[in-house]
Design a protein around this ligand. Structure first.
Ligand code: PLP
Length: 410
């Protein structure tokens, strides 16, 4: 373990200083998965406790095997390695091109990827900076589990652009290691930066003098509906030229939204550190993963790998993007017609509708259920309603907005 820390200190000093107490301790031992991996090519396979046919092939029950038609039985039925199926990790890594990046660790969905980042870098001494409003699970992950202080700044300024000055002011208060969360397309607002805003965010982060772990939560990557959007993750912009003395970028993304595989629970965690330091971070994340879930579902990983190899995948994703874009446009039109205000939105799955002081978001939400048979989410920090246009048929969107207007305009 001291060896791991020494490698990190020399290869990526910022990452070494960012580690939480758990992150410092985390290391893979020469346990069962590692010993079994070393023995993988042996003629007699008596290492890992998997019930097999004896020749390396899985011994399957027909009741299950018949459900996995088209998948390699070895990949679908045997344990996946702790960090995930190597061909899947390699295929996902290829999407980042030449950006500095480790091989991703496969996580049990993106929530788990985020919790690994918090396990590694958050603690009562290492706060999390993030914009409000934010997805409520960040509280559970960083505050409840890791005990980190949540230091917020407003997402939007008065001109209805990103409040990068407020982010800079929060960063300027820091004197030591911290994490900064960036979530675009954003949940709950549905906003993504413009190209100019993306540049300004990167300039602000690159100038920060203390160790900083930037977490790009790219759950909704790819869903950009307006030409003004920067139109890709901030990861590459931040990772290219990141000074390892000061900045580590962590990317959390996955199949849940990008491949519409919500229940599959396949996410990815990638670090901007390279070489031996990158290997150390992958090992530390894998060690925590082994101590919690052991490894991610092999059949789910196999399905995602098969999808990535499907020549037609991009075309299929474009079709879904087209459907969502039409819903997005229908929502904009319907909100304008009904004079229901929304915070800026140009991407993702959501729009956030602020309510006047005469309304309470939870009361309005319950009235919408009872009086209009309409489900939305109350975002109480903003006294606003989050509308998931991603789950409403385009033709039903005017009706949805009318139902909301009936309650909020009375
Ligand atoms: C911003 C954001 N990040 C992460 C996630 C978690 O995704 P997963 O379902 O893969 O855990 C969600 C899910 O709603 C989300 O909205």
């Amino acid at each position: 373990m001291p060896d791991l820390l020494a490698k990190l200190e020399s290869g990526h000093p910022a990452a070494a200083r960012l580690l939480s107490p758990l992150g410092r301790r985390a290391a893979l031992v020469l346990g069962v998965p590692q010993q079994a991996a070393e023995a993988a090519r042996c003629e007699r396979q008596a290492s890992i406790g998997q019930i097999t046919a004896g020749d390396g092939q899985p011994l399957t029950l027909p009741a299950l095997a018949g459900r996995f038609v088209g998948l390699d039985p070895k990949q679908a039925f045997l344990y996946a390695p702790t960090a995930g199926l190597l061909p899947l990790r390699t295929a996902w890594r290829e999407r980042l091109g030449s950006a500095p990046a480790t091989l991703p660790v496969v996580t049990n969905g993106m929530s788990h990827g985020l919790s690994l980042v918090a396990d590694l870098f958050a603690s009562p001494e290492h706060p999390l900076l993030l914009a409000t409003p934010y997805w409520d699970n960040y509280d559970t992950i960083w505050h409840m589990r890791a005990g980190a202080e949540m230091r917020t700044f407003p997402l939007f300024n008065e001109a209805r652009g990103l409040d990068i000055e407020a982010m800079g002011a929060r960063l300027a208060e820091l004197r030591g290691p911290a994490s900064l969360l960036l979530n675009f397309p954003n949940n709950p607002t549905g906003y993504s930066p413009t190209a100019a805003e993306a540049d300004a965010i990167a300039a602000c982060i690159h100038a920060h003098p203390h160790p900083l772990a930037v977490v790009c939560d790219d759950a909704y990557a790819g869903y950009y509906f307006d030409d003004s959007c920067y139109g890709s993750s901030l990861y590459t912009k931040l990772a290219v030229g990141a000074d390892p003395e000061r900045l580590l970028v962590c990317k959390v993304d996955g199949a849940s939204k990008e491949l519409l595989f919500f229940g599959g629970r396949v996410g990815f965690l990638t670090f901007s550190a390279t070489g031996a330091a990158g290997d150390v971070l992958v090992e530390k994340a894998s060690a925590i993963l082994r101590g919690t879930i052991s490894s991610v579902s092999a059949p789910a990983q196999s399905v995602v790998l098969a999808a990535l190899r499907e020549p037609n995948l991009a075309g299929q994703q474009d079709e879904v993007r087209g459907v969502l874009k039409r819903r997005y446009e229908a929502l904009r039109t319907a909100l304008a017609a009904a004079k229901v205000p929304a915070l800026p939105f140009n991407s993702g799955c959501f729009a956030l509708l602020p309510l006047g002081p005469e309304h309470d978001a939870q009361t309005v939400r319950r009235r919408l259920i009872e009086e209009q048979s309409t489900g939305v989410i109350a975002v109480t920090s903003e006294n606003a309603l989050r509308v998931a246009f991603c789950s409403i048929d385009e033709g039903d969107i005017p009706d949805l907005v009318e139902r909301i207007a009936r309650v909020v305009q009375n």
